[in-house]
Every structure is written in C-alpha cells, then in structure tokens.
Design a protein around this ligand. Structure first.
Ligand code: ADP
Ligand code: ZN
Length: 719
C-alpha cells in the first residue's frame, strides 16, 4: 500500500499536510529523519503510516503518559493494533503487554523514556523485529531546549549501543537551529534528512501593540468582539486576577485560570470556556496544555512571554478550526524587567540562564521588528522561504517609511569600533558621549564615534540599537550579558548597497529627526492648544500631558474618546477633561494621519467581523480604578502611610498605584517624593551601573533612598 492509500483508508484523509509525505518517504526509504512540525501539524501520522507500511513493530518513545493512552486508543479505534508500556500499568499488565509485543502482535508499541535503558533495549531488539524507533518531543534531549529531560539522554545512549540499530526518526514542534543540531548529535542520527515545515498559520493575524493603556485597549477590544471566544494570557497570577476582575466589572462572563486555584476551580473554568458558556478566559501559562478548543478567535497576551516558543504555542491556540483569528501581543518594554529578574534569580546554571536570556532577546526583537511577524516566527523555527503574510501588524502598517541609513551607519561604525566587546547600553553611551565611569575606564571616549549622536537622548539611542538588532543589522551574542556586533546584513549597508528604512510610526520613536517630527502640523496644533490650556489653568504645560503623549496623540489622530484613551498617558480623567478639545483639533488632520496607526489596523480588521455593541449590560465604565483612588488621595495631600491605613493595602501596593498613575501621565508634585539632591544622586547611580535592574541602582545608593524614589526619578526622566 502506498502512503497515500494508507492515509485515505485508515485515517480517511484525502491529502497530506505540508511535509508529511516527504517525511514518510524518507523514513520508509530507511533514512534517519529529523522532522520539525508545529503543534497540530500532524506528526503522529508521520510515524504511524511508516509503522503500518514496514514489517515488524515500530517503537514510539513519548514522554507524556496521557498522550500515549490517547494515541493508543485512537489507533485501536482505527483498527490498528497498538499498546503502551509505562508506569501506569500494573506488573501483570506490563508483563502481558511485553509478552504480546515479543509475539509480534503490535504494529506500534509506545514506551516511556524512563523505561528505556540499554538492557531493556537489547531485550526488545532480541525478541522483536523493530524497523523504526520514533522519538516524539525529541527536543527534550537537548539542554538548549526549554524542556530538557535526563531520561532522553539515557535513551540516546541506549539506542546508539544497539546491535543492528533500526531507522531512527525524531519529531518535535520546537527546535531552533541549536536544538536541532543537538538532537542530531545526541541521538547520533546518521546523515539524517531534516524537514522543517508547516509553521506558518495563514489564518492567524499577528499583531504587536505598543504604547497603549492596556486596560482601555482591552475595553475597546472586547467591546468589538462580544460574540467571540478568546484567551487572555497574563504573566502572573496576580495580574490574571486583576484583568479578570476588570472584565467582570465590564459585565462579561469570564473565567479565571491559574496554578493557584484548586483543581476543581480550574476544571470548572476550563469546562465553562470549552463549552462556550463563558467566551473569555483569563489565564496564566498554566492553561492550555491539552486544551483543544477549535473556535478560539483571539489570543491576547497581556505581557510579552519569555520566549518565542511559548508565545507561538500559546498564540497558536487561536484558530485551530482554520477560521480567521487574531493573536495580539501587548508590548511594554518595562515588562521585560520581570523576565530578566526571573532569569537572574532562577535555579538554572549559567549556561541555562544564557539560553533563556538569548531567547528573551529574540522575543523582544519580534516585538520591535518592522518585518512580517509571521515570517519572523517561521524564520525563528528554521523554516525559510515563506512569503510575507500580508495581514500582520507589520504587513498592514502603511505608515511612512523614513530613510535612516545615516543613523544606521553611525551606529554600525561605533559597533564595529567597539569590536564586539560591549553590550547595547555601552554602545549607546559612546554614541551619546557619556562620561560614564566604566566607559572612561575602558578608554572608549577616544573612539572617533564618541558623541556622534549626542543630540539624542540615550534611551532613544538604545531603542535605535535594539531596532537594528530586531531587523538583523546588528546581532547579540548569546548569554546573559550579550555583546553586540555587526550582522551579515550590515555589510550591504556599509557598502552602500542597502538603505535602512524605518516606519515613522514605528514602535521606536524617531531619534535624530525628533525636531522634524515635532514640526509636524498636527503636533504643532496640539502643542498650541496645550499652551493655551495650560495658561488658562495656570499650570505648566507638561501637567496637561507630556510631549511623548502629545506625540502619540498626533500619531493616532483619535476620532473618539475610546481611541484617545488607547494612547499611553491618557487616562479616564484626562479623556473626560480634554477629549473633546483634542478630537476637534486632530480632526482636520485625520485624513492624512489615520492610516498610520496600528490600532487603526486592529480596528479595521475587527470591523470586518460582526460587531454587536450593545449586547452586554456594561457596568459603570466611569468607575474609578483602584490605583486612581490612591492617586487622588495622594494628590489631596494624604501621605502614603495614611492612604495605606485608609485603604487597607500594603505600602507597596499604594506605591505601585501612584507610580502607575504617573506612568499614565497624571501630574505629580515630585517634591513630595524626592528632593533635588536625592534626584541627582539617583540619576548619577543610574548612569554608573547596569540600570536594567533596579536592585543595581539601589545598591549603588545610600540605604535611605527607597525603591519608590528610584522608580519615581526614572519615571520623571522618561516622561
Ligand atoms: P501533532 O503534530 O500536534 O502531534 P497530531 O498528529 O495530533 O498533531 O495531528 C493533529 C490533528 O490533525 C489530528 O487530529 C490528526 O488526525 C489530524 N491530521 C493529521 N494529518 C492530517 C491530514 N493529512 N489531513 C487531515 N487531518 C490530519
Ligand atoms: Zn505579515
């Protein structure tokens, strides 16, 4: 029987999925094979069909007991004789199964890796005819993977010592280049044919959204999707709870799922969601293993996950039924702190930490790239020559592209002169012309590129360098403290063969052409209005809103209060107070500018789907969020201590509330948080240590300076 006939006769499918036929061919022709297919891509068929075509019993190594049982049940229903050996069997059952296996009664025998040692292998090999060993989840053999299992190492050893070793085929859904190489090496695959296919998911629209107030974004997002089922992933249990509460307040039926809940509560949440009784579930990454709900229309990530494997696995739970679905990632660079912190504090050895840090860098590059997001992901998994998807937030971004070749050349020339010995932060300091102690100690002020970008704020230089990394002009070494060097793509720019274009309304603010951007008519009009308004209220203009916020408003050119509230720095209060004014001002410019915003794309794509606005009894949307109540009390003159007592929260919570309000652009009387001397001390400390960790700053300061003061100074700088 041909592979195709088996597919049709046994499984009832008409066509192979991408890659399946080639993989089956390779195995049947006796070649060791490495197959990398995404989850749901149809891996099992790739070893089951050869098992049916080849004489003897195929061994399948699979780490998940429940999965083994499911597979064996499914095969049995298809009329294929199969069994498994794992710790769930009694001694009696185990012996019986083994006896039948020796008797040649099974086409496939599933075995847990722990069962596998050399003697066991030898025993099986002596008594059975084994044409093929299929190893599922083969990335578990690699320390570079996210899921290393020592038993897989044993297994590799045992197979390599077998007399007349069968064909070995390794399968996995996640393997970067390094992991793939590791699998081949550890399992000693003999000149294997490798396949990487099927990672693109044409029915998914991927988006990265930056610079929005997440809560107001979510509010509008849900309002436009009341009929759709979706998953919202948060990084922490606490956040899951607060997002869950918020959605509850908005009047939607929603479930909560995280590792801190009882088994019963989780099971119930999962079932209600699966049966569409609740359309929304807010969850940590504890949710999803083994859930197969086909009609999930969106997966929204509240925060950036730690690596692309996790992201794509979670996002990929959207649209299993093949219908159009959305995967949205809300990216805020400050969310990276927590990942860096977790890596630093984590249990792993330095090697492991280095791997995690590199993965986090790749993940952030995904958030920053102007290139097709679908391409970026499949490329990460090693699949080449996939066309741009035409529907991700990058592909749909029609904002003007700006020629940044000169800026790129400055950065590249500086990177080249620093000879791959420093990280992004130090390169930025050199370009800025900073007199940082470490910089001077390394004599970097002597470089001809020192101070080449001195007009630009250091933070923007860092962003610019990060963007160049994301677009693969620069590259980072792996490791926890990666150094930056020129990538292949830089050569073409240096040789004048390629220009560097960046989206004007990209996630990275303009660097050197800030002045020209500030001169945009819409920005100028907004500034005029702000000046008049400030005069009217007798307050300084920045208390109405920061330049950064004003710039975001200019870019978004909001047409409604909702849209305005999506702009970072505009909360409920400001929207109410100034919204009408702002919308009137930007209205004449909207025609020219509106195409530019990513938010607009999301709205446009959702407009295609049916929107039923008034379906839900929405609770009072004007209800003040908790952090604003703390902020209001603070502004009315209460101390943090008093607010803490009044509201019954911890000091930390109240502090967080106040910082959050500042972050959103609400005015602050800084002198109540720190004095000029403290501010200067903190600024100095920030410049002299690796400021990506607050702890470093704190340690460089007298102990009387609090975390709150440090965070407040940092916020003030960034506004
Ligand atoms: P995974 O790669 O995640 O192990 P599975 O092997 O479980 O994926 O396959 C996922 C689903 O796709 C299963 O329901 C399987 O029967 C189905 N499937 C596999 N190959 C095909 C095909 N060629 N046509 C249609 N459905 C297929
Ligand atoms: Zn795309």
């Amino acid at each position: 029987m041909s592979a195709h006939t088996v597919l049709k006769k046994i499984y009832g499918y008409d066509q192979f999925r991408p890659g399946q036929e080639e993989i089956i061919d390779s195995i049947v022709n006796g070649r060791d094979t490495l197959a990398i297919l995404p989850t749901g891509g149809g891996k099992s068929v790739c070893y089951q069909i050869p098992a049916l075509m080849l004489p003897g019993t195929t061994l399948v190594i699979s780490p998940l007991i429940s999965l083994m049982k499911d597979q064996v049940d499914a095969l049995t229903r298809l009329g294929v004789s199969a069994a498994y050996l794992n710790s769930s069997l009694s001694q009696q059952q185990y012996r019986e199964t083994l006896a039948k296996a020796f008797n040649g009664e099974y086409e496939l025998l599933y075995i847990a890796p722990e069962r596998f040692d050399a003697p066991m292998f030898q025993q099986l090999a002596e008594h059975m005819r084994i044409p093929l060993i299929a190893i599922d989840e083969a990335h578990c053999v690699s320390q570079w993977g996210h899921d290393f299992r020592p038993s897989y190492r044993q297994l590799a050893l045992a197979i390599s010592r077998m007399d007349n070793r069968p064909v070995v085929a390794a399968f996995t859904a996640t393997a970067t280049q390094e992991v793939a190489e590791d699998i081949v090496a550890m399992l000693k695959l003999q000149s294997p044919s490798s396949f990487v296919t099927g990672f693109a998911r044409p029915n998914l629209s991927l988006s990265v959204v930056t610079g929005v107030n997440k809560m107001s974004f979510l509010t509008q997002f849900l309002r436009e999707r009341t009929e759709q089922s979706g998953i919202i992933y948060t990084a922490t249990r606490k956040e899951a709870e607060s997002v869950y509460e918020r959605i509850n307040e908005l009047g939607y039926r929603v479930e909560l799922y995280h590792g801190g809940l009882s088994d019963a509560a989780r099971a119930e949440a999962q079932e209600l969601f699966r049966f569409d009784q609740s359309k929304i579930i807010v969850a940590t990454n504890a949710f999803g293993m083994g859930i197969d709900k086909p009609n999930v229309r969106y997966v929204l990530h509240w925060q950036v996950p730690g690596d692309l494997e996790s992201y794509y696995q979670e996002a990929g739970r959207a649209g299993r039924d093949g219908d159009e679905s959305e995967c949205i990632l809300l990216f805020d660079a400050s969310d990276l702190f927590i990942h860096r912190y977790l890596i630093e504090q984590g249990m792993g050895d330095d090697n492991r930490k280095a791997v995690q840090a590199s993965k986090l860098h790749e993940m952030t590059s995904y958030c920053r790239t102007d290139s097709c997001l679908q391409q970026f992901i499949v490329d990460y998994f090693g699949e080449r020559s996939v066309e741009p998807c035409g529907k991700c937030s990058s592909c749909l971004d029609t904002s003007e592209k700006v020629d940044r070749t000169q800026d790129a050349l400055m950065a590249m020339s500086c990177v080249a002169r620093m000879r791959g010995r420093f990280g992004v932060t130090m390169v930025a300091k050199v370009l800025k012309g900073s007199s940082d102690k470490r910089l001077l100690a390394a004599n970097l002020q002597q470089l001809s590129t020192y101070g080449l970008m001195k007009q630009a704020p250091e933070k923007e230089i860092v962003e610019w360098l990060n963007w160049l990394v994301a677009e693969q002009y620069l590259q980072l070494s792996s490791g926890q403290y990666p150094v930056v060097s020129l990538a292949e793509r830089a050569r073409d720019v240096i040789e004048g063969k390629e220009q560097v274009w960046q989206r004007r309304r990209s996630k990275v603010k303009q660097l050197l052409s800030n002045s020209s951007q500030d001169a945009s008519p819409i920005f100028a009009a907004l500034k005029d209005w702000r000046r008049q308004q400030a005069a009217l209220e007798q307050i300084p203009p920045f208390m109405i809103c920061s330049d950064a916020t004003l710039r975001l408003i200019a870019e978004a050119a909001p047409a409604s209060l909702e849209q305005l509230m999506n702009v970072k720095g505009i909360g409920q209060a400001k929207a109410t107070k100034y919204g009408d004014d702002i919308i009137t001002i930007v209205q004449p410019f909207r025609q020219q500018a509106s195409s530019a915003t990513k938010e607009a794309h999301i709205q446009a794509s959702s407009a295609k789907t049916k929107t039923i606005e008034q379906d839900h009894a929405v609770n009072d949307p004007d209800k003040k969020p908790s952090y604003m109540l703390s902020y209001d009390s603070f502004m009315s003159g209460l101390t943090i201590e008093q607010i803490r007592e009044q509201r019954g929260f911890s000091q930390q919570t109240v502090e967080k509330h106040i910082l959050r309000a500042i972050e959103e652009g609400f005015p602050m009387d800084w002198s109540r948080l720190f004095n000029a001397e403290q501010e200067e001390l903190i600024q100095e400390a920030t410049a002299s240590v690796d400021a990506s960790l607050l702890r470093n700053i704190k340690e460089a300061l007298p102990s009387s300076i609090t975390y709150l003061q440090i965070q407040a100074v940092l916020l003030k700088q960034s506004l």
